[in-house]
Design a binder for this molecule. Structure first.
Ligand SMILES: [Zn+2]
Length: 270
């Protein structure tokens, strides 16, 4: 990166790590420059003015200094600290899952304003209304779209033919929906119901608020979740730790009879 020594970015903290007794390494997903990594000197010191603004899932304006190694974060003004989200374990865990998804699907210094707006929009929604299944699925699908791996759901990715209203299939390897004829010779294609195909199309055609109004049965929600999960694992080439944690929370909520948290398919821990 070239330019003046001092500069400012707006961004959201998507990863952090401690360095020694006083410093932090902070990864921001910035509005205009994508993912950027900084050192925040003294951020772990008691009473540090920088400390609160470089906590996970805090959005702010950051003053930065360019250096040969990692640039420095020197000052920060918080725009949104997502207090309600962080006060509730399930919401916070969902927020961390979104952050890990963004971190895992992006490279340094590749601007992606659409993904930034998506992340901020979904975090705002969680902060105001809590986190639903529909919100997680909307984010996963739109993230795939933002990073160039949107499942193709209009025509068969095998023959290009129009998909009929019947049980088709979805292949993560080939990148989308397939007709029954083509899917019979595709080893990773799994059945895609008519309703699940409609849900994917609906989420791609509508905004967050409209998409999240759709009411899905538990079995349909689980099917959509399974398809998106397969796509994400195919793109990211790994399982996410934060997802395994969501599964554990969900399981424990069920065991204690507090089953309000959204469904996370069992496959997520496999
Ligand atoms: Zn086909």
């Amino acid at each position: 990166m070239s330019g003046p020594r001092d500069y400012q970015v707006e961004g959201l903290v998507i990863r952090d790590a401690t360095v020694g007794e006083r410093d932090r390494v902070v990864v921001l997903f910035s509005r205009d420059e994508g993912k950027l990594t900084f050192v925040a000197r003294g951020a772990r010191r008691p009473g540090s003015s920088l400390g609160p603004s470089v906590q996970m899932l805090t959005r702010g304006r950051f003053q930065c200094v360019r250096r040969r190694g990692l640039d420095l974060l020197t000052q920060a003004v918080s725009i949104e600290s997502y207090g309600k989200l962080k006060a509730e374990l399930w919401s916070m865990s969902c927020g961390l899952y979104l952050a890990e998804l963004v971190d895992s699907s992006t490279v340094e210094a590749a601007p992606n304003r659409t993904l930034y707006d998506l992340l901020v929009g979904v975090l705002d929604a969680i902060n105001h209304h809590g986190c639903s299944d529909a919100l997680l699925r909307y984010f996963e699908l739109r993230l795939l779209q933002c990073v160039g791996f949107c499942p193709s759901v209009q025509r068969c990715v095998g023959c290009g033919g129009r998909l009929r209203p019947e049980v088709n299939a979805l292949s993560a390897t080939l990148g989308g929906a397939m007709c029954p004829d083509c899917s019979s010779s595709c080893t990773d294609a799994i059945p895609l119901s008519v309703d699940a195909l409609k849900v994917l199309r609906f989420c791609l055609a509508n905004d967050l608020e409209t998409s999240c109004r759709a009411k899905l049965s538990a079995s349909l929600a689980a099917e959509v979740e399974e398809h998106l999960h397969r796509f994400l694992v195919g793109v990211l080439q790994k399982e996410l730790k934060s997802r395994a944690w969501l599964f554990r929370l969900r399981t424990e909520a069920l065991l204690t009879g507090n089953g309000q948290a959204p469904t996370i398919a069992r496959r997520s821990e496999s």
